[in-house]
Write a protein that binds this ligand. Structure first.
Ligand code: ADP
Length: 255
């Protein structure tokens, strides 16, 4: 038996196919979120990997920013519910889950059973989200997935003080023009996102263990800077960006 979770994000669509025990049989990710071909492409990649056809899926649960556009889904669950469910399975010891996606950042507190106990969220401002990092990478002339490599080579942190993405962009341009090494500017960009995220985490308090999910969890440089602030190691895994889709797939099993 196969079940499908689909997370239609703001920037990226993710699909996870699981069996009745929640073991992952296939996954797919595609750039493009709500209203694009992203969900279709992510689905086709996940079905290919699981070596099944769409008709083999018993039930589909959709989540994410564009979940209501997924007419083909049998059910929908909120992002918070799916992220909590996915994280409780991926990181059984975690009680604090930091999720940073393309457009928002959230911190979830899980109880001993892995149920969602409390949360805080920033979905009003691009600063502190993947969007901020994408904009800065663009100004710096590199890809978002290269930022961690630059940060690793930083000799200093060129602090980025503007909290607004548009002003921070101008600040980065000025720093580049002033000849500040790109590595140090990237360190400053990461420090700024880490500070913002830590501000969210502090509102809930840190309950060990701490895990990180969402596409931004793949950025090791940012993760390390956040670990410095929190004073705890941050767990993550290669499935971090699929966490919401995985949680949705687990809901699809329950029906
Ligand atoms: P959403 O669900 O809102 O679309 P995701 O959780 O999929 O968001 O995260 C998307 C964000 O993750 C992008 O904005 C980008 O900044 C970041 N990201 C994606 N892949 C990588 C990577 N390989 N390295 C660093 N950051 C990444």
């Amino acid at each position: 038996m196969r079940y499908l979770g689909i997370d239609v994000g703001s920037t990226t669509s993710k699909c996870v196919v699981v069996d009745e025990r929640g073991e992952i049989a296939g996954r797919g990710l595609s750039l493009g979120g709500a209203g694009t071909k992203g969900p279709e492409r992510a689905l086709s990649a996940a079905l290919d990997q699981a070596q099944i056809e769409q008709g083999d899926i018993v039930r589909t649960c959709a989540t994410g920013y564009g979940r209501n556009l997924m007419q083909s889904a049998d059910m929908q669950r909120s992002e918070l519910s799916c992220h909590a469910k996915g994280a409780a399975r991926l990181f059984p010891t975690a009680h604090t889950v930091i999720d940073i996606g393309g457009q928002d950042a959230k911190v979830l507190k899980l109880d001993e059973e892995g149920n969602l106990e409390n949360f805080v969220m920033n979905d009003k401002c691009a600063a502190g989200t993947g969007r901020f990092l994408d904009v800065m990478a663009n100004v710096l002339g590199c890809r978002t997935d290269e930022l961690a490599d630059y940060d690793e080579k930083a000799t200093d942190v060129a602090s980025v003080s503007s909290t607004c993405t548009v002003f921070a962009e101008s600040e980065v341009i000025s720093k580049l023009a002033a000849g500040i090494p790109m590595e140090n500017i990237v360190a400053g960009v990461h420090a700024s996102v880490a500070d913002r995220t830590y501000g969210l985490v502090r509102r809930l308090g840190v309950s060990k263990d701490v895990a990180m999910t969402g596409g931004v969890a793949l950025n090791e440089g940012l993760r390390h800077r956040l670990e410095e602030r929190i004073g705890e190691p941050i767990l993550t895994c290669s499935l971090a960006q699929y966490n919401g889709a995985f949680g949705a797939a687990l809901y699809a099993i329950e029906g």
